[in-house]
Design a protein around this ligand. Structure first.
Ligand SMILES: [Zn+2]
Length: 99
């Protein structure tokens, strides 16, 4: 993760250790992923054996970890990092760094 946004220059870490708080949001995301996966397995596979639940939930949790990590940091930045969405940068999300 870069220190600053390459498009708008927003500093990503307002204070040292800021992203420790993202751990709690990630925990909530993981819990939701596991509950939804278990619910889907129950209803789509008509209550299979326990190993199917365990495997499905583990695979879903591992596969969605990168998304959970990024979105938990994003949610924390929006809640406590003092940043807001700025539509001026919407079309300027090109990978090229122009500064
Ligand atoms: Zn930015």
């Amino acid at each position: 993760m870069p220190a600053d946004c390459p498009v708008c220059g927003q500093h990503y870490e307002p204070e040292p250790g800021f992203f420790w708080g993202a751990m709690y949001i990630s925990y909530a995301f993981s819990t939701a992923i596991m509950l939804v996966t278990g619910f889907l397995v129950y209803h789509l596979l008509h209550d299979p054996a326990v190993w199917v639940y365990v495997t499905s939930v583990a695979v879903a949790a591992v596969l969605l970890t990168p998304l959970s990590l990024r979105y938990s940091r994003t949610v924390l930045l929006y809640l406590f990092g003092g940043i807001d969405y700025d539509p001026r940068y919407r079309t300027e999300a090109a990978p090229a760094i122009r500064r």
